[in-house]
Design a protein around this ligand. Structure first.
Ligand code: SF4
Length: 338
């Protein structure tokens, strides 16, 4: 780990000011990803700005009828918060599918959005990686790519986004509140994370002088018909091979509105409006769900070791939508799939 300076921000204005003065500095909150990256010499910031004292730890109703989540709320606190458990159980479930209890106790809501890919080559500084060193090449394309993307990847990078929480936030149409030297702005969740294109070093659209202050959930939480299903190599603790967040609004036995987002398959949480549209107005059935899966996966393409993910994703989508329609969501403490 490199030597670094340490500064502690007392409030949001000071955090923004410190970052604007040194855009290469890194904010540190839970540190559950950044400290690993520093130990592996992937990140070597000359300065860390400690934001753990900022007043961003509340979960409360928002003016729009939704819920506002402070960026420093620990993942565990969020998963078990009564407002989230009762109104947005899909989000609770996705959080509890991720990491370990110890990591969830430390990791912050804002930090979860900013965690970096777990592509092994990204963490191995002895190998070429375009995300770590732009222009160096991608070791995963012709290397071990079992965990890599099947959708939205580019010639420069085939990595996936590792978060579970973000898959639920994408499905729920959350928005990200950020602050910078020129003021505050709100970023729709779908526009926060990027596809790799020819700039895989950029994971998201947050500017270098900005800080995440909150995540806002809209009023509709799909609390009656939802499920989050995570398929992984070890049920105890592993990143997703494929995960699915499904949420349905059922009226008179038909799907009035559908949300479908996938994790573990792309550089960002993957939502496809055409797949959701294919569900709208239909009576829930295996054929309807299979058709939506086929729409979502029509452009999916595997690499040497991960083509199996396409079939796995299709089956996971059908299973998760079935769980959602039957109001029998996957229980994360139960290590078998219903
Ligand atoms: Fe780097 Fe992306 Fe290639 Fe992994 S997939 S080696 S993160 S460029």
């Amino acid at each position: 780990m490199n030597a670094f300076e340490y500064a502690r921000a007392a409030d949001i204005a000071e955090a923004v000011r410190l970052k604007a003065a040194d855009p290469a500095a890194k904010f540190i909150a839970g540190g559950t990803n950044l400290i690993d990256l520093m130990k592996y010499h992937v990140e070597h910031p000359a300065r860390l700005i400690d934001i753990t004292r900022l007043p961003l730890r509340s979960v409360e109703p928002s003016h729009s009828g939704g819920v506002m989540i402070g960026a420093l709320v620990p993942n565990s606190d969020l998963a078990y918060h009564p407002l989230i458990e009762s109104r947005y159980p899909l989000l609770s479930s996705a959080i509890l599918a991720g990491a370990s209890a110890q990591l969830r106790n430390m990791a912050s809501t804002g930090g979860n959005l900013l965690q970096r890919t777990r592509c092994a080559y990204f963490y191995d500084v002895a190998t070429p990686c375009n995300k770590r060193t732009p222009g160096a090449g991608c070791s995963a394309k012709d290397g071990l790519n079992r965990n890599h993307a099947i959708l939205g990847f580019s010639n420069a990078c085939i990595a996936t986004h590792p978060s579970d929480m973000c898959v639920a936030l994408a499905a729920l149409d959350a928005s990200v509140h950020v602050a910078g030297p020129t003021g505050a702005r709100i970023v729709p969740f779908a526009e926060f994370h990027r596809l790799p294109g020819d700039r895989p070093d950029l994971d998201n659209t947050l500017r270098t002088d900005e800080i995440i202050t909150a995540i806002e959930l809209p009023p509709q939480g799909f609390a009656a018909n939802y499920s989050y299903l995570k398929i992984r190599d070890r049920l105890s603790y592993a990143f997703a091979l494929v995960s699915v967040a499904a949420a349905l609004e059922l009226v008179g036995g038909h799907i009035q509105q559908a949300r479908l987002a996938l994790g573990g398959v792309a550089h960002k949480p993957w939502r496809d409006s055409a797949a959701e549209e294919a569900l709208r107005g239909q009576a829930p059935s295996r054929d309807v769900f299979a058709n939506a899966a086929d729409v979502l996966l029509k452009d999916a393409k595997g690499h040497a070791h991960n083509t199996f993910k396409i079939g796995l994703a299709r089956r996971a989508i059908i299973r998760t939508l079935t769980q959602a329609a039957n109001a029998t969501p996957q229980v994360q403490s139960v290590k078998t799939i219903r």
